[in-house]
Design a protein around this ligand. Structure first.
Ligand SMILES: [Zn+2]
Length: 236
């Protein structure tokens, strides 16, 4: 009994602590547009009541229009779940990617390339609102400043969690790093599978799309770009 209670208290402490850290961290990067509701439906996410209920009502109508019976057991809570899921998947609108990078920008006299590869990426195609997913790889040559390595994946997420096209996503990640760190060069590569192509349309299951945005020394010294592409397994 005693042990069980201790375990419960410990679990509670861990959960509360995780929640506070994550909420605090996210709050630091919010744009002015963002509204935060302490009364959110889930502990670490942002589902303001009024907005979530409005979305749920609309998803219920969509399901009915598609021919579903929204009163059957499996679907009664679906509109509310979708309302929350979609807000989660589009939370990037309220995250400020520049602030994320600026929060961990340090003077450092490191001259060689910094590469963060195989960053998992999940986004939604803005034409069909169907996922595309894959990997992002980022490389930059610092010019007096480096960033905390975890901040690069956070920048990727801030732009991926929106309605997107892969080309724009690639450019936005590139442009943000270029603007905030002003490095000697930046290169961003995204490899992604598009479910809108795989499940519908041309139904090509094995093709994936590669996009590249690069500047500075990656443009003026093409061997630097080739080196990066070789390293991530894309033969140039
Ligand atoms: Zn699409």
């Amino acid at each position: 009994m005693f042990n069980v209670e201790i375990l419960f208290i410990l679990q509670k402490l861990v959960t509360t602590n995780a929640k506070t850290t994550m909420e605090k961290e996210n709050k630091d990067f919010l744009t002015d547009k963002y509204y935060y509701d302490e009364d959110s439906f889930q502990s670490v996410q942002f589902f303001p009541k009024e907005r979530t209920e409005k979305l749920a009502q609309q998803y219920k109508k969509i399901l009915e229009t598609l021919g579903e019976d929204t009163n059957r057991e499996g679907l009664t809570k679906t509109p509310m779940r979708v309302a929350k899921a979609m807000q989660y998947l589009t939370q990037g609108y309220f995250l400020d990617a520049e602030k994320i990078l600026e929060s961990a920008k340090f003077h450092e006299d490191y001259q060689d390339v910094v590469i963060v590869k195989n960053i998992e990426l999940y986004s939604l195609c803005e034409h069909h609102i169907i996922p595309f997913f894959g990997k992002a790889h980022v490389a930059y040559y610092p010019n007096g400043f480096v960033t905390g390595l975890s901040k690069i994946p956070r920048v990727v997420d801030a732009y991926a969690r929106r309605l997107q096209i892969q080309e724009r996503l690639t450019n936005q990640i590139h442009d943000t790093i270029n603007k905030v760190l002003a490095p000697k060069g930046v290169a961003v590569v995204i490899e992604a599978y598009h479910l809108c192509m795989m499940m519908r349309g041309v139904q090509k299951q094995n093709s994936y799309t590669v996009t590249i945005a690069s500047s500075g020394v990656f443009k003026s010294e093409p061997e630097k770009l080739s080196y990066f592409l070789d390293l991530i397994g894309i033969k140039s």
